[in-house]
Design a protein around this ligand. Structure first.
Ligand code: SAM
Ligand code: SF4
Length: 519
């Protein structure tokens, strides 16, 4: 359902209720909002243009809704979800709610979910089971499910049937409707379900409460049109739509002015940035070229699809400065045949050629990747091609996954015919190689001095500080607490497989860029 249909249907509902109005009308207290998801609708890519809104506001009737109430959001999955949580937290705070980090304390609990693999979904169902007791003890507690799982028909049906203690389900396109959804949930005895399956809009002025004041996420685009055959994201996140460059640049400028040290530009497929903006020719390379002139010390972006990674982008990244020498470039498989059935639209050779170009332009670049093993029909030989590609590229890290069929995707119709023990054995072999190359990359840092953006105390030891290098390597080191939030120089004494240990040698590193604007 799109915005117009929704307005029409709510108008129809309103007209109806006026007709029926009797002296005492309790109907609104029992009204159920029910807009279920449809994977079929989500698959469609309409030609209608993207509408940009900057008119979000908390309507008068909802002001103060949260006074004396607390919210808790548990986030699963990718950075996109983490950033959506920051937006929902901003809406809660604008409604007068306070945050809490304890479910026992909360008046509203939201699970912001991930649908990428079956085990991600199972975690959420497990948590819903745990929360049943709390809901029984405190019937006034509102329990909501949002994020990618809400966009799936099968999930919504399962929750309606098995988890009736849930009060609201809303989708990734309905976040700005949170005040109305909460209001409906307070008013209604039924489960509130509001999931729009297709959405082409960008809402600019949603409030946000960012986690921390050192690093920030900045959405540059939403959705994905790539439809890799295994992936649920194009169904759960809608069509590709880019934010206007001026809005993104303004947000980054503001973050720099607020003292943030790092921004990560976010999108499912950031290399497609700008392709849907019709009045200007402007891609990710152009955007990064403008952002590198802003006085923010570190700029990253994720996630790249190799298909759209163009020469302009490589040329801009090669300018260095505040553009970090780390590229996450998911390959998924080293076999051209498997890539073809995955719908990735590049061959092993084309990927390797892209890597060659990147390395030639940015010799100190660190490359990382995502890989799926056990795709339908993947043979031993095809898996070996993934192993050889991994070594040939010399990745410094990889996120590795066993293929998980996702209902509604083309791959789910194929027979999932690689036996589980074979999938596990392949994953194990790949992970051994990932560990080996990560340890090898880490060893090269011993006795080197690196620049570390200090994020805070180490999780395991408050006397140790932790932060990340330009290539995103975790460094634990001894240093004063005054270093938190700064980029400092650290001498590396010891390398582990996934992290480095060292000692701070200088409080204020020469920053990659001065805080004044550069050309
Ligand atoms: N947009 C990114 C790209 O194009 O590579 C990745 C997005 S996805 C959130 C992160 C990773 O999850 C993918 O790169 C892929 O390796 C993995 N993934 C996605 N669907 C999967 C599935 N059905 N089974 C296993 N892994 C999957
Ligand atoms: Fe999924 Fe990424 Fe492919 Fe889009 S490009 S369908 S998000 S794996």
């Amino acid at each position: 359902m799109n915005e117009n249909q929704r307005l029409e249907s709510s108008q129809a509902k309103a007209d109806n209720s006026t007709d029926k109005k009797s002296a005492k009308d309790y109907s609104k207290y029992f009204e159920t909002v029910f807009v279920p998801p449809s994977l079929k609708d989500a698959r469609k890519r309409g030609k209608e243009e993207v509408k940009y809104h900057d008119d979000f506001s908390i309507s008068e009737e909802f002001r103060g809704m949260g006074e004396g109430r607390k919210f808790y959001i548990r986030t699963y999955g990718c950075q996109m979800n983490e950033h959506d949580t920051e937006v929902m937290a901003g809406i809660f705070m604008a409604l007068g709610y306070e945050p809490t980090d304890k479910t026992d304390d909360a008046d509203v609990i939201l699970l912001n979910t991930c649908a990428i693999r079956e085990n991600a979904e199972n975690k959420v169902f497990g948590e819903l089971g745990h929360l049943k007791g709390l809901k029984k003890e405190r019937p006034d507690l509102l329990l909501g499910v949002c994020g990618c799982m809400s966009q799936e028909e099968s999930v919504v049906n399962k929750i309606l049937k098995t988890y009736q203690h849930v009060d609201m389900i809303f989708g990734t396109h309905n976040i700005h409707r949170l005040p109305n959804i909460l209001n409906d949930a307070y008013m209604s005895k039924e489960m509130v379900v509001e999931v729009w399956s297709k959405e082409g809009d960008v809402i600019e002025n949603l409030p946000k409460v960012r986690r921390g004041n050192i690093k920030a996420w900045v959405n540059i685009m939403y959705g994905c049109d790539k439809f890799c055959t295994y992936c649920i994201v194009p169904f759960t996140r809608g069509k590709e739509r880019s934010r206007r460059p001026e809005d993104i640049i303004q947000e980054v400028r503001q973050l720099a002015a607020d003292g943030y040290q790092e921004v990560t530009l976010l999108g499912q497929n950031v290399n497609s940035y700008g392709k849907d903006i019709e009045d200007i020719q402007y891609g990710l390379g152009d955007l990064l070229n403008d952002i590198r002139k802003i006085g923010i010390p570190r700029v990253r972006f994720t996630t790249s699809h190799p298909w759209d990674f163009d020469d302009r982008l490589i040329e801009v990244l090669a300018k260095g400065g505040n553009l970090m020498p780390h590229i996450h470039l998911p390959v998924q498989s080293g076999s051209t045949e498997v890539l073809k059935i995955m719908g990735r639209k590049y061959t092993r050779e084309e990927y390797l050629e892209l890597v060659r170009k990147i390395k030639a332009a940015i010799p100190n670049v660190a490359l990382t990747t995502d890989i799926i093993v056990g795709y339908p029909n993947e043979t031993d030989e095809q898996f070996e091609e993934t192993m050889t590609l991994y070594e040939e590229v010399g990745y410094e890290l990889a996120y590795t996954f066993i293929y998980s069929p996702r209902e509604g995707t083309p791959a789910a119709k194929m027979q999932d015919n690689v036996p589980l023990d074979v999938k596990k054995a392949r994953l194990q072999r790949l992970n051994n190689l990932v560990n080996e190359l990560s340890a090898k990359a880490m060893k090269t840092y011993v006795n080197q001095i690196v620049e570390v953006l200090v994020e805070g105390e180490s999780k395991n030891n408050p006397d140790i500080l932790a932060g990340y290098t330009d290539k995103n390597k975790l460094v634990n080191f001894k240093g004063p607490k005054t270093a938190i939030g700064k980029i400092v120089k650290v001498k590396i004494n010891d390398a582990k497989t996934w992290s480095l240990n060292g000692e701070m040698v200088e409080e204020s590193a020469e920053e990659a860029v001065s805080l004044a604007e550069v050309n």
